[in-house]
Design a protein around this ligand. Sequence first.
Ligand SMILES: *Cc1c(COP(=O)(O)O)cnc(C)c1O
Length: 815
Amino acid sequence: MGIFWLNMKITSGTLNEILPTIASVPEKELTLLDISIDSRSLRNTENTLFFALKGTNHNAHDYLTDLYAKGVRYFVVSQQVNLPSDALVFKVDDTLRALQRFVAFYRKTYHFPVIGITGSNGKTIVKEWLNQLLAPLYNIIKSPKSYNSQVGVPLSVIAINEEHNLGIFEAGISKPGEMDFLEEIIQPTIGILTNIGPAHNEGFSSKEEKLQEKLKLFKNSEVLISEKTDLIAAYKPEKLQWFTWSFNQPAHVRFEKSVSTLKVNYLDKTFMVDLPFNDLASIENIATCITALLYLNVSVDYIKKAVPRLQTVQMRLQVKKGINDCLLIDDSYSSDYQSLKIALDFLEQQKTHQQKTVILSDIFQSGFLPEVLYQKVGQLLTQNHVSRVIGIGDKIGSYLKDIPQFQSFPDTETFLNNFNLKSFRNETILIKGSRSFLFEKIVAELEEKTHETVLEINLDAISHNLNFYKSKLKSATKIMVMVKAFGYGNGSYEIAKLLAHHQVSYLGVAFADEGVELRKAGIKIPIIVMNPENSAFSTMIAYQLEPEIYNMQELKAFMQEVENQNSHPYPIHLKLNTGMNRLGFTEKDFDELTTVLSQTDLVKVETIFSHLATSDIPQERAFTLKQIHTFQKWTADIKERLKINPVLHILNTSGIYNFNEYQMDMVRIGIGLYGVGNDVEEDAQLQNVATLKSVVLQINEIEKDETVGYGRRFKATKKSRIATIPIGYADGIRRSYGNGKGYVLINGKKAAIAGTICMDMLMADVTDIDANIGDEILVFGNDLRITEVAKIWETIPYEVMTSISHRVKRVFYKE
Ligand SMILES: *Cc1c(COP(=O)(O)O)cnc(C)c1O
């Protein structure tokens, strides 16, 4: 028994044609209920058409015998296979292309509006928001999460069925030539182009080339919806209708932003929409969504009501620590059938506990009739070995009552009031419900409460970010990671351990003490000390820490120490001053430097490096290039004079991004690893690493004209609720962040800091927020990035990160 996605009668002759096959398979009629590319999937049955894809590390052809044993009979392959004679084997040149052609064929049989979204940033958010906005009006089929690749798109589109009347799919590409395939599969009737970022992050040589490739998605669409820009105007096909929005020039839809509202002008109408989010990227995405709604003739009243209710889009399932050693998988904002499948797969992969519980609400917008839908849901739950299911809602309660270990409650309140929550213990719990069920209340109850301020460090995000930069480098380029200043405030040992595991070449610390700490904790990889003080030389040698050498006096003193301890040849790293004018040798020192070095075997020049002053500032490109060229000239000179071939390095994080061609032998990554990139574009590709959290200790209800805190600097203009939170300037929150300038997030909502920040506490205005004692608050994290906080502090993210004082406990986790 399979979960039917398809119910497709097709002949092998038709398949011969559409895939197409190299050698034709004899005529036979088949009924396909599913397609699959995953040999582990539980849906592989006799009515599955299996496409054997080949990846760099994985070749599905290796599993065909297992699949045959499970009952699969229909295979699309691209290499010679040995299967019993009752298997139908469709041999093609390229199995991925065959999958795409098959889905394109399937897509052609449906005729309803399909929105195709592409762009550099914001695709997934625009897709999810359009879905949130349009779900009450249509029966939508959309791509789950960010299924937007050459494989993800076909797997999304194949789920279309007769019940749907609107499709929303996103398309992502990484190199020229890919969009044609995605266009064939999605066949969008309405095109949406989100923002187009710089070219270099997506494998294109220019912005123009990238735009042209993206526009291919819309070659058969009736309309393109996008911001009005000169670049798009220059490349958009003439005959394609263009429905535009803009902040500053005439367009079909004109927007003007004020503090927390967006003024919309369209035809003869002008109306205001309250903004649920205030950052520029969100506002652009909201503008795109409103424009699409206007194009679809959605009423102004509806738009005004629906937009302020948009919710943050979680890109990934969130894993949280629960009470009584439970693990929570929080997916409390979506409940379509597609995402249930993904969430259950994810639950299946969690190996922490044997016992697995699913708390599930009624499911909307599946495109199926309820009887069919819940039958499928029941099958999914049973096949995924869920230990028990708690259904919340009328529908799920009545349709699923016969599956084993099922309990039901009519609504979330009844569940919370009648179920003994303490009985959850040592189990993994998937909490999945549509928004109207407010499952975040269940998550809040089951999440382990921290009664303190903590800085959570996501080690997986660090790995992700490291891999992101690795992907920008040649495979031979070495990596040094800067873990100075306590790993930019994030903790050094845990991060160093992870980096050693990833086999980076060097770690960089500022002072010898930091290196000693790492050695004591068992870190064995090479460590460079950037500011070695003469008094620390003997310790450095004792702990095998390698110095940055930046002038003659230091070099001579260090050589003396090496001689005293008889530990030659000792590795050193020469720092050249090419324009920063901080530390380092310049050309005038080279005669003496090379004379001394050529006459000693006490030290060995392992690497030579310099540091860029403006690698993050586009207007200073010429200066950076001058530094780089000076470095190339000087190092050539030193190498020639000493007849050595040391490792050369000059790029820091933003250097990797902006001056990639000068990566030389090694790069030095700092801030990027901790999740802060050079610009919004790069930030979007990095994962947030640090989350600074605290809790609400008390809530005071105050009357109009009452004041809060030292100096009475907050005065209530109306009856207000004020939350007290145990984090203050001694924890590293700037005192100037108070008095309404800064804010914290409580339950995802902005709460302005009320009055002056105290040493150990701050107060926040929660008058308009449903906040309670014990609720978690966020100072920065994924939903409020450090970059945002830094702007209000009028500083750079580096300073915010390194300011969080050591008394704040660091908690490290992996998902
Ligand atoms: C801190 C530091 C880096 C890292 O800079 P980021 O901008 O954080 O990537 C690189 N090189 C040197 C010499 C540094 O001091």
